[in-house]
Write a new protein. Structure first.
Length: 202
């Protein structure tokens, strides 16, 4: 059974989609630990409601040691690290030890509207501002950049003329909640093959 760690920074709706997929038996994996980079977020409540071990590694307390502390909590304990609404940037040994075993979900069609400072509602505000006709979400491998890893899965949504950032965000979230469990399932089945920047789903 695939063992995963889920890293969060907020409400945890993507964490919830993984929990729900496991409960529905459509995802054969075990969430060994939830790690939050800040306290008092609803995602921690979701972990508690489902008796999932959770740790707070406060970015304000750990600063540059954040990644090392998280690495100490997951090394030799999980097969895959899932960033689910996680806002801190991982670096150092954890990236080497978990090469091609860390995935992230971003609420746009990368390479649009991503990178440093582009997170949460800002992503959707930028898409609306730019006037794109489609947006969506991307699940990608995490490398040493910000939202630059090889793309595994993308799901697209239309953008309507009367959309607000919030209405677009809600439409994209529906697809996020499908995409992340789908990718974790494919990973658990060994069906994701990465060749350079290309990712082939077998
Ligand atoms: C989501 O849009 C996710 O794509 C982004 O953070 C937002 C909040 O995620 N990375 P969640 O509800 O905390 O899972």
């Amino acid at each position: 059974m695939l063992k995963i760690a889920v890293l969060i920074s907020g409400g945890g709706s993507n964490l919830q989609s993984i929990i729900d997929s496991i409960k529905k038996d459509s995802l054969d994996c075990s969430i060994e630990i939830v790690i939050a980079d800040r306290p008092n977020i609803y995602g921690l409540e979701r972990a508690a409601q489902n008796n999932i071990k959770a740790e707070v590694v406060d970015r304000k307390q750990y600063g540059r040691e954040l990644s090392e502390k998280i690495y100490s909590l997951v090394r030799d304990k999980v097969d895959l690290i899932v960033l689910a609404g996680f806002l801190s940037i991982l670096n150092g040994d954890i990236l080497k030890a978990f090469k091609n075993r860390i995935i992230n979900i971003h609420p746009s069609l990368i390479p649009s509207f991503c990178g440093k400072g582009m997170y949460g509602i800002k992503v959707h505000e930028s898409a609306i501002e730019y006037g794109v006709k489609f947006s969506g979400c991307t699940v990608h491998f995490v490398d040493d950049g910000t939202d630059t890893g090889a793309i595994i899965c993308q799901k697209m949504v239309p953008v309507y003329a009367d959309d607000t950032a919030e209405t677009l965000q809600n439409r994209v979230l529906v697809e996020e909640h499908k995409a992340l469990p789908e990718v974790i399932k494919l990973f658990s089945e060994g069906k994701i093959k990465k060749i350079g920047r290309k990712v082939i789903i077998e």
